[in-house]
Design a protein around this ligand. Structure first.
Ligand SMILES: COc1ccc(C(=O)Nc2ccccc2)cc1NC(=O)CCSCc1cnc2[nH]ccc2c1
Length: 273
């Protein structure tokens, strides 16, 4: 099931299985390609909905971008097809499911697990930035777990409902860096900020600027009101890394390649990542 071949897929090429994460991803089903027996996730989007939200061009652009992205930590988009009423995306299936459910279950991750995830995400983001692709929505809801327990950025385009890059109203503010909250221009360094938020949430179980009201979260973000609670106990090396990523001035954030050399990553991340 590779994007390379220009095969015209149709629904008949697949046996359709159980719904996956119903609701959240729009309609996504487990599916098996009949010839290769390859298991995939089949995402069904209604053309009417796409037209309503004027996202057809965005979907075409995203499919174009995704079909060139090949990285072990980025969920694959193998191809797509459509019929009278629907567009179908043939997506990689991540057998170990959603990361945020795992985080809810364990409350917070060990430093080794957190560092391994952060390192693999950093490598995926270095790859994306190398291809001039930013905005890999890297909050926990957009991360899936592969067969070997590895992280996959799944860039949930479930955004048919909230389109402009899924960062407005419906999405949580927690992950927005100051320049986006203050809506000035932004570049790849927004992903360094979001990765810092994610690292904090992996270790503490909650994002650093969480607050009851949006207005309070907004203020804590723009003031970079970063506090490390006494529990759970977290190494100073981890706090040092997070403090170098959650920096208001985007030009002063720790570059991703420097992150991979940080002592906390070197000492805690599994080599395979
Ligand atoms: C590369 O990925 C994507 C690329 C594009 C789009 C998309 O919809 N784009 C869009 C839509 C409309 C307008 C504009 C753009 C979505 C995804 N990815 C997902 O939706 C991930 C969860 S579905 C798969 C999947 C796998 N493995 C699992 N294991 C457990 C649940 C689960 C769920």
């Amino acid at each position: 099931v590779s994007a390379g071949d220009q095969k015209r897929w149709t629904l008949n090429d697949f046996d359709i299985g159980k719904p996956l994460g119903r609701g959240k991803f729009g309609h996504v089903y487990l599916a098996r390609e009949k010839i290769s027996n390859h298991i995939v996730a089949l995402k069904v989007l209604f053309k009417s909905q796409l037209q309503q939200s004027q996202v057809e061009h965005q979907l075409r652009r995203e499919v174009e971008i995704q079909s060139h992205l090949r990285h072990p930590h980025i969920l694959r988009l193998y191809g797509y097809f459509y019929d009278q009423k629907r567009v179908y995306l043939i997506l990689e299936y991540a057998p170990k499911g959603e990361l945020y459910k795992e985080l809810q279950k364990c409350k917070h991750f060990s430093e080794r697990r957190a560092a391994t995830y952060v390192a693999s995400l950093a490598r995926a983001l270095i790859y994306c930035h190398g291809k001039h692709v930013i905005h890999r929505d890297i909050k926990p809801e957009n991360l899936l777990i592969g067969a070997q327990g590895e992280l996959k950025i799944a860039d949930f385009g479930w955004s048919v409902h909230t389109f402009n890059r899924r960062r407005t109203m419906c999405g949580t503010l927690d992950y927005l860096p100051p320049e986006m909250v203050e809506s000035t221009e932004h570049d790849a360094s927004v992903d360094i900020w979001s990765l810092g938020i994610l690292c904090y949430e992996f270790l503490y179980g909650v994002p650093p600027f969480e607050a009851k009201e949006h207005s309070d979260t907004y203020r804590r973000i723009v003031q970079v009101d970063l506090k490390f609670p006494p529990k759970p106990i977290v190494s100073s090396a981890a706090k040092d890394l997070i403090s170098q990523m959650l920096v208001k001035d985007s030009t002063q954030r720790l570059p991703l390649h420097k992150l991979l050399e940080h002592p906390w990553i070197v000492q805690n991340a599994e080599p395979s990542g």
